[in-house]
Write a protein that binds this ligand. Structure first.
Ligand code: BGC
Length: 930
């Protein structure tokens, strides 16, 4: 990292490269792409006017200085011209059909209305152009799944008509999909455009990245991270996806291509791992070695075509079929070449351990119940550029089953059901169903048998956290000083938008009370995530491409590099922890948050998360891997129970997290909202303590999702923090004020009653202190911040005072000024400036009455209030704050007209009244001073 320490331009270059490498070209008839210099383009599709930089919800709320969509990028590129007549037609139509932003949190439309394209217009424009580029845009997100209907997963009638008319009028047509996630692709064979490419939601420079591929500056090397089936009903999870109460995962380990390649090859339109290039590659296996259940494959990739380009090498295994039953293919290794010139080659060696090839036996069929077992039998390896075309590279035989890791029953389903199993028949497989093994032990009892030992309380002995840091006292001696009140307080995070940390961030934790601060525990800051920093204060940050796009690059070095920049931006903003990467599995294409997540494959998911964490770790900050675990739908996300077998949980849903912990040393985890096999994940001892900490060796902090329920299925309570601490989930996120227990949680009474032991609270407190002690906030706090902090400080941007609406307020002789609330614009991303004129110098107070007016219970509706340039207050209402709430805020002494800036980061806040009152005239204050 040379030159400037934080440089948005450099960050943008890496992001742009990521968008270009993430674009997946599915079709390119007659080599219509790349577009040659001088190409006259007719740009269709209204989403050219509203490029989607990301999906919606917390993962999409980065305020950016600018967004470059495809249209802007094409306009800037002087090698191309855009058809003016078509542009004028759209401009006029868009004037009457502005962007419909819907009704706020979780109610944004999935699509925008399309303009009617008549055959006459299309053929006229075709006569003036060389190629048609058609843009289709979609969004979805938190609290709002996609739908299998038109306008979401399916094209709308108008979109279909547009593609139909344009492909008929133009000899050459290219469809670009600016979407978060895969959509239905049946229309490709119906309308037969020359080229089709997923350009995903590419963040604030997404348009540049897409145009780099159109122009051929970058040869496409993105590959699908999901299988595109013919129909949504073809996905094996379709039957249970979206159920609000219980989601029984009968498909078990047969998620995505594991299902299709085993049972339903003919249902696939585009296989997992697929993507075209402008050149050709040849992949050859040079050698294969196996020793003691380990395997090593050497592969060479040669560019046999005419342009420079990159190729992704994918290695799949087919495990034996007569025991547990296994999918026909499982991804076990991959890599991406550097840019290869024609004729150039690159070699890779993929080493596979027994653990990489083992399966989890939860039934005992191999004779080794609850163990990772390398089953006896034949292992075949396939190497290639997608799951379907990968050719057989080698076979090897394991003569006897090998127990790779013996574990005990953990997180087993408590209700019985039939799960899918593959049975080999002829050259293929048939779907069979078997009884899932159900739980035989209650995690409650396991917890009781493993309670930690209490550290005898000593009271304050004057030790500070820095004494632990400098090795003067042990963590135990330090924790021994904390009173019961300190212990319950430290396990509560505060937010959203806590004034104790960088304005507008998601949460504050650590030294959240005066007493904790007194022990020298600073307040650490976390913020959403994942594809850029969300600061609800309106402060801008860089918005990166979405998770699916990044993983579609299959370039883990690039992801690491990108998140190094993100790390610097976090550090610059004094944020220690990003609330991301989100890494739930794409179990079903309609999950609204698939855009944030990576893939239907756990291995690829884990590698992507690990790469992002490694990038941030280089800068001393970290990310929070979320939502742990099985958070694969937004519908009913707060209460739904995911029922799955131990095998599916370990091999599919937890595998990515395991990789992130073991390979990248992840040390912050957020549990999900939902329930897994009986317990809310926030309160699951099996998940949090037994698997994550004890088995994988995780040593960091674990936090709940914001305002999560806790306890057991059907009995969830937001106030049940006792259950959270019992599980060793360290931080309940979030409350307004930890010291006064503003959420009214049950921690204090549960500790007093011994329902949670003091030792359990001490254990969480130590986890939190250890974490904070190793973050930049601590070094700054004890005055040992390094050169990087100083440089970043110097670099810090001054935010400009921009606003959308100016409102006047006069404070009369009676010292009261009423703001006309009907003129305040409360829509998402709006800044209102209130100019306050008054006659008397003095202390003023702001009084407001507000409530949430939105459909979603979990909506986050932040308002930041700034006086001139100083943040004087932040309010975040949750969707469930439906009652009027009064807010009073002190404003520092004022001597002349001042400006109050009200920044609304989301829709959904209703304001009943707002007054500015004189509390104390300054003459009086001066008198007092005398
Ligand atoms: C989301 C999390 C997010 C948190 C804070 C929750 O609603 O599920 O992903 O980090 O809010 O914004």
């Amino acid at each position: 990292m040379s030159g400037k320490v934080f440089d948005t331009e450099e960050f943008a270059k890496v992001a742009r490269r990521s968008v270009a490498e993430g674009a997946v070209l599915l079709k390119n008839d007659g080599d219509v792409l790349p577009l040659g210099e001088g190409t006259r383009i007719a740009l269709f599709g209204r989403s050219q006017y509203n490029y989607y930089k990301s999906g919606t919800g917390s993962g999409g709320m980065v305020n950016t200085k600018y967004v470059i969509g495809v249209k802007e990028a094409l306009e800037e590129d002087k090698r191309f011209t855009l058809n003016q007549e078509l542009k004028d037609t759209y401009d006029a139509w868009i004037g009457d059909h502005p962007f419909d932003k819907g009704e706020g949190w979780a109610s944004e439309p999935w699509f925008q209305e399309e303009m009617d394209i008549t055959p006459e217009l299309a053929s006229k424009v075709a006569g003036q152009s060389d190629v048609a580029v058609i843009l289709i845009g979609r969004t979805a997100g938190e609290d709002q799944d996609n739908s299998s209907k038109s306008g979401s997963f399916l094209l709308t009638e108008k979109e279909r008509k547009m593609i139909d008319v344009v492909t008929k009028a133009f000899e050459k047509s290219v469809v670009l999909l600016n979407v978060g996630n895969i959509i239905d692709m049946k229309w490709v064979s119906e309308f037969n455009p020359s080229a089709v490419m997923y350009i995903w939601q590419g963040g604030q420079v997404g348009g540049y990245g897409a145009v780099d591929v159109l122009s051929g500056d970058v040869n496409p090397s993105g590959r699908l991270t999901d299988t595109i089936a013919k129909d949504i009903k073809d996905y094996p999870s379709d039957a249970s996806f979206g159920s609000k109460e219980r989601n029984i995962q009968q498909e078990d380990i047969y998620v995505g291509y594991r299902y299709f390649e085993t049972f339903a090859k003919d249902k696939v339109l585009y296989p997992f791992g697929f993507g075209l290039s402008y050149t050709e590659f040849e992949t050859s296996v040079k050698s294969f070695n196996s020793t003691d259940a380990e395997a090593s494959i050497e592969v060479t990739v040669t560019n046999t075509g005419k342009r420079a380009g990159q190729q992704v090498v994918q290695v799949y295994v087919e495990k034996p079929h007569d025991g547990l039953g296994n999918p026909a293919r499982e991804l076990v290794a991959f890599d991406k070449t550097k840019e290869l010139e024609p004729g150039q080659f690159e070699s890779f060696v993929f080493d596979l351990t027994a653990y990489d090839l083992a399966s989890f036996d939860d039934s005992g069929v191999t004779g080794h119940k609850n163990a990772y077992v390398l089953e006896k039998g034949n292992y075949s390896f396939y190497v290639g550029s997608d799951v379907r075309s990968a050719g057989k590279a080698a076979d090897y035989e394991v003569p006897e089953a090998v127990v790779v890791e013996q574990l005990t029953e953990t997180l087993a389903p408590t209700i019985g059901y039939k799960r899918m199993k593959a049975v080999a028949s002829g050259d293929g497989f048939t779907v069979d169903f078997e009884d899932v093994p159900v739980a035989t032990v209650d995690p409650k009892d396991v917890r009781l048998s493993e309670l930690p030992e209490e550290i005898a309380q000593t009271g304050d002995k004057g030790y500070k956290l820095s004494d632990v840091y400098h090795g003067k006292v042990s963590m135990d001696e330090f924790i021994a000083q904390l009173s019961d009140a300190d212990l319950t307080c430290i396990c509560r995070g505060e937010g959203m938008s806590s004034p104790k940390v960088t304005p507008g961030c998601g949460g504050a934790f650590g030294g959240v009370t005066d007493s904790l601060l007194g022990f020298g525990i600073p307040v650490a800051c976390c913020s959403d995530g994942p594809s850029g920093i969300r600061m609800d204060s309106g402060k801008t940050a860089f918005a990166m491409p979405n998770g699916t796009c990044l993983t579609a690059t299959w370039n883990m070095d690039l992801l690491e590099e990108l998140y190094k920049w993100e790390g610097l931006e976090l550090r610059k903003n004094k944020i220690d922890v990003l609330l991301g990467p989100g890494m739930n599995l794409h179990r079903h294409p309609l999950n609204g948050r698939n855009f944030e997540y990576f893939s239907e494959d756990p291995f690829l998911t884990g590698k992507s998360a690990a790469a992002q964490l490694k990038g941030m770790h280089q800068i001393g900050v970290t990310g929070t891997i979320k939502h742990f675990a099985l958070n694969t739908q937004e519908t009913g996300r707060r209460f739904v129970e995911h029922v799955a077998s131990q095998r599916a949980i370990r091999q599919i849903y937890l595998k990515g997290y395991e990789i992130a912990v073991k390979e990248a040393g992840a040390h912050a985890v957020m549990t999900s909202y939902g329930v897994v096999n009986g317990y809310y994940t926030s309160s699951s001892y099996d998940l949090v303590t037994r698997i994550l900490r004890n088995e994988w060796g995780f040593e960091g902090i674990i936090m709940t999702d914001w305002w999560a329920e806790a306890g057991t299925f059907g009995q969830g309570k937001r106030t049940d923090t006792a259950s959270v601490v019992r599980a060793q989930n360290d931080l309940y996120m979030v409350c307004g004020d930890s010291a006064t227990n503003s959420n009214g949680d049950n921690s204090d009474e549960a500790l007093a009653a011994g329902e949670v032991t003091r030792a359990e609270f001490q254990r969480c407190a130590a986890n939190i202190c250890r974490f904070v002690m190793n973050k930049p906030v601590f070094a700054r706090y004890i005055g040992e911040g390094n050169e990087l902090d100083i440089k970043l400080e110097e670099d810090a941007d001054e935010e400009e005072l921009l606003f959308d609406k100016m409102i006047d307020c006069r404070v009369g002789d009676d010292g009261v000024g009423k703001v006309d609330v009907s003129s305040i614009v409360t829509t998402r991303n709006t800044t209102n400036m209130i100019s306050v004129a008054f006659k008397k110098w003095g202390y003023y107070k702001l009084h407001m009455t507000v409530r949430a007016n939105t459909k979603s219970e979990l909506a986050q509706i932040p308002l930041t209030i700034t006086k001139d340039k100083e943040v004087v207050g932040m309010i975040t209402l949750a969707g469930h704050d439906k009652e009027w709430r009064t807010i009073d805020m002190d404003i520092s002494p004022s001597f002349s007209t001042f400006y109050l800036k009200l920044y609304f980061a989301q829709d959904g806040m209703e304001i009943k009244d707002m007054t500015i009152t004189l509390e104390q005239a300054l003459e009086k204050w001066l008198d007092d001073m005398d």
